[in-house]
Design a protein around this ligand. Structure first.
Ligand code: DX5
Ligand code: ZN
Length: 216
């Protein structure tokens, strides 16, 4: 079964309590939280106080995706706010190994995200240190964009790399995931689906989550 991580960026912020209740009752595995700083990406989303409040509404793991510069400055604060998994961008980290170790020392799972233009091969020497690789299947910054088809090749390549190293690392796909492409994404080798608009834009989000989980 796929791990499904709905992205709260697409939720109705005026109905957050109800959205959390829906996710709690659903088959969703993780809450995916997209933090944007207006520097690493051309958009600003939400930050620490938002996550801290949200933490009270669920016990499901918080999968925090930092689209920010200098993420090392905030790792501890995100841990305190309630992050269980912290993903930083390869492109935002000059000392990625150090940043990953910092996240793990704070007792969080560590993830590394790559933008569409960043080759999977650049991850070879960090793979053994991480719990998760997030492949961006759209350019980061906005929900509701179209899935980039080249992502399939990157998933296959990453899957092989992980397998050849004998590791157990999640492959998470983020951006433009729909009910139409979910199976192809899982078939290519990913095991975590992030979905924003596909879930929250549906009249029956719980059903969509359940369908995404069954993708194979
Ligand atoms: C984009 C974010 C995604 C986004 C996904 O920068 O990282 O998590 O919210 O939204 P959809 O699923 O609508 O493409
Ligand atoms: Zn994301």
């Amino acid at each position: 079964m796929a791990i499904v991580a709905p992205s709260l960026l697409a939720s109705n912020f005026l109905q957050l309590e109800a959205e959390c209740k829906m996710l709690n009752e659903s088959e969703a595995d993780w809450f995916h939280l997209d933090v944007m700083d207006g520097r690493f990406v051309p958009n600003i989303s939400f930050g620490l106080p938002f996550i801290e409040q949200l933490r009270k509404a669920t016990t499901k793991p918080f999968d925090v995706h930092l689209m920010i510069e200098e993420p090392e400055k905030y790792a501890e604060a995100f841990k305190k706010a309630g992050a269980d998994q912290l993903t930083v961008h390869y492109e935002a980290c000059r000392h990625l190994h150090r940043n990953v170790q910092q996240i793990k020392s704070l007792d969080m799972k560590a993830g590394v995200a790559i933008n569409p233009h960043t080759p999977v091969s650049l991850l070879a020497d960090i793979l053994c240190d991480v719990d998760l690789i997030l492949i961006m299947s759209v350019d980061p910054g906005f929900g509701g964009q179209q899935f980039i088809p080249h992502t399939y090749q990157k998933i296959r390549e990453l899957k092989k790399l992980i397998h050849d190293c004998g590791l157990n690392v999640h492959i998470e796909i983020d951006g433009g995931v729909t009910l139409d492409n979910a199976s192809a994404i899982i078939h290519a080798g990913a095991n975590v689906l992030v979905a924003g608009n596909t879930v929250f834009g549906s009249p029956d989000p719980k059903k969509v989550i359940s369908q995404l989980k069954k993708a194979q």
